[in-house]
Design a protein around this ligand. Structure first.
Ligand code: D41
Length: 675
């Protein structure tokens, strides 16, 4: 029998609870920690040591007890004292305006309604119960009336307070919110599952649901779950608050995490602006959302409106177009790209997803086809997020039809019949046909004509395909030898459009060295690398003469790019095409060699806001003087140019002993060198 803990230790344990909860709150809710992680860990271990010595000091809501005890046999049921309502949906502006009009009619008003606009998290609704400021129970929404007791699992979520902050909280408080798994945590979880050969989750929502359904809270504790709170259920005694926005602010003061993208809209039009704004932001948010929610702000109005069949009349979810849906693989074909890369592409049963009809999805390469085990006939989950190319997320194996067909990499190019080779250590297979392959011819010319390359107006993909198929062109140089009479013979091409095209071709001849380099379509030479090369060499002849060793000295050029460049310029047919293009009149202003510029060899990093110019202008002026402008500070940085409200780059520069300049000094630099 150990002696009871001394009073001093009881007090220290209590203050450790408070400190740890405070630091937790700063870290997770305010997103603004005041102590380093190491300090938090030290206090946490101190608490654990006391609890080990005096087990009677261990309380259910001790920060050390978040990772729970014994696994459960089953979840018990929880009856929601106040039902958890569901949300009605709107799918277009018209449906939102109809909702708004119904509200005005019911309230017999023509005045604009004030709405609170919230992102709609794609997770699971939960209820958190606090008694005398202490977390006592959590439940799933279930059917809205009865849910499951998931207290142990919810306690593992570090951003959920175990004790409320302040002292003005009601005796009983039920807070409602959405538990979700952030995108990054989901990806990491699935990667781990894949490495272990375990089943992966189809999406973050399923992963969050699966985590909350764990009977063993030690498993749940390993899952990266988070929460945003959006309302209350039972509150005793009632609060002296009369609108939703004030309620959210009060919840934040008590320690609950509230989404930062919530706004007040005092005009209905602002609700639509909000939808568009959040839709734009959707990709960049660290969590998945499936729409926005509008709620009438004033509680008095909410009360007058009431609810109908389990959904409030005063709220509506305006859903985004679904990013995922189910489709069927009709066929898997192999496409040949500009550099000969053979890409498997799934032809799909057309499906409306992410706001457009999708009938093709890339499978990237054969490794991916095998990893996902995609077969012709399979039912698959397809995803189209933002502007990215639609993808196959996974195969629904349970629904695999009999006679589904595997595909294999073709041995010869489906277009030109040349051999297909796949280097052992690469994922990509390639047709070795080069410029003999009409698919590669087409793709090379399409790239050459594109906006960021030679920008040939009116020369679309379809037209290029026709020109190649009719053998009117086979290289980019052939474009500049097309005759108006030849062109006019082409389908849907009259004399007038033929003239327009020839004018556009003529115009494109005047370009920049960087664009020309990019237009050549050399492997791994994108816009940035082309710019670097152009800045460094200033003109074509020195580049053609450069050895791989010289190329390696250029920023952005590593061994792979250097090898591709050297290989490209060694090929006689590439030299022929380049000579022909120049002979046919393509030209660019010869720029001064970069190494002769006054700031060549210097690297600057920009941070903060400047008074007299924006960062882009500063960057352009520095680059024009030959300097490099980088986005991260390193020992090689010449100086960091700090405006007002500089970011973390400033302390980093100080730590590395890198020089720091202000806007005035930057201007002095410009004055010295600019003519
Ligand atoms: O972010 C959410 N998923 C969210 C869900 C939200 N921001 N607000 C919500 N508000 C409600 C009402 C208006 C009924 C209190 C909701 C939900 N309900 C909800 N989530 C799941 C079912 C209902």
């Amino acid at each position: 029998m150990t002696s009871p803990p001394p009073k001093k230790i009881v007090e220290r344990v209590n203050s450790l609870h408070e400190l740890l909860e405070e630091y937790n709150y700063q870290y997770y809710v305010l997103d603004d920690p005041t102590v380093p992680d190491a300090e938090y860990d030290r206090l946490f271990r101190e608490l654990q040591a006391f609890e080990k010595e005096f087990p009677e000091l261990v309380t259910e809501n001790s920060p050390s007890q978040r990772v729970g005890g014994q696994p459960l046999d089953a979840f018990t049921q929880v009856i929601h004292p106040i039902p958890m309502l569901s949300l009605n949906n709107a799918f277009d502006d018209e449906e939102f305006f109809a909702f708004n009009q119904r509200i005005k009619d019911r309230l017999k008003t023509t005045d604009a309604i004030e709405y609170i606009c919230e992102p709609k998290l794609d997770g699971l609704a939960v209820s958190l119960l606090y008694e005398a400021g202490r977390f006592v129970q959590a439940a799933t929404r279930g059917d809205g009336v009865t849910g499951e007791n998931i207290t142990q699992n919810i306690r593992t979520i570090a951003m959920i307070p175990l004790h409320l902050r302040g002292n003005d909280y009601p005796a009983r408080l039920e807070v409602r919110g959405e538990v979700y798994m952030p995108k990054k945590g989901f990806a990491a979880l699935n990667e781990k599952a894949q490495q272990k050969g375990e089943k992966q989750f189809a999406n973050p929502r399923n992963a969050a649901a699966g985590s909350l359904r764990q009977l063993d809270s030690r498993v749940a504790a390993q899952r990266p779950l988070e929460i945003f709170c959006y309302g209350v259920g039972l509150v005793e005694p009632a609060l002296n608050i009369d609108n939703h926005y004030s309620l959210l602010n009060q919840l934040a003061r008590w320690g609950f995490r509230i989404n930062k993208n919530i706004i007040v809209a005092n005009k209905e039009g602002h609700c639509i602006d909000y939808y568009q704004k959040i839709l734009q932001k959707r990709e960049s948010l660290p969590y998945e959302i499936d729409g926005v929610v509008y709620k009438v702000n004033e509680f008095e109005k909410q009360k007058q409106l009431g609810f109908i069949s389990r959904a409030p009349r005063w709220a509506i979810a305006y859903k985004f177009p679904a990013e995922e849906d189910i489709s069927q693989v009709l066929d898997i074909e192999f496409q040949v790209g500009r550099t000969g890369a053979i890409t498997p592409v799934a032809r799909l049963e057309p499906t409306f997803v992410g706001g457009v009809t999708v009938s093709n999805a890339t499978l990237h390469n054969m490794d991916e086809v095998l990893r996902k085990d995609v077969r012709i006939g399979d039912r698959v989950i397809i995803r189209r997020a933002g502007d990215v190319i639609p993808e196959i997320v996974s195969v629904i194996k349970e629904k695999r039809p009999q006679g589904s067909q595997k595909v294999t990499l073709p041995k010869t190019c489906p277009v030109c019949d040349s051999d297909v080779i796949k280097p052992e250590n690469e994922a990509v297979a390639r047709c070795i046909g080069g410029l003999y392959c009409s698919a590669q011819q087409k793709e090379k010319i399409i790239h050459f004509a594109s906006r960021k390359a030679m920008d040939i107006d009116g020369l679309g993909n379809k037209l290029i395909e026709q020109l190649v198929d009719r053998k009117m062109i086979s290289t980019m140089a052939d474009l500049y030898q097309l005759k108006p009479t030849e062109l006019a013979n082409i389908e849907r091409m009259g004399m007038k459009s033929a003239d327009n095209l020839l004018a556009a071709l003529e115009k494109s001849k005047s370009t920049t060295f960087a664009k020309f380099l990019y237009a050549l379509g050399i492997r791994e030479v994108g816009e940035a690398t082309a710019n670097s090369l152009a800045q460094h060499f200033g003109d074509l002849p020195p580049l053609l003469e450069a050895s791989e060793a010289i190329l390696l000295q250029i920023p952005d050029v590593g061994p792979v790019v250097a090898a591709h460049l050297a290989h490209f310029f060694k090929q006689p047919h590439n030299r022929e095409v380049i000579d022909a293009l120049i002979h046919l009149g393509i030209h660019w202003p010869k720029s001064i060699k970069r190494e002769n510029l006054p700031l060549a060899g210097y690297t600057y990093v920009l941070t903060g806001t400047y008074d007299q110019m924006n960062r882009d202008q500063a960057k352009a002026r520095l680059q024009a003087l030959g300097a490099k402008v980088s986005s991260s500070v390193s020992k090689k940085t010449t100086a960091v140019i700090a405006g007002s409200q500089p970011g973390s780059k400033l302390p980093k520069a100080e730590a590395l002993g890198v020089a720091i300049m202000d806007e005035k000094e930057l201007n002095t630099l410009f004055e010295k060198f600019e003519i």
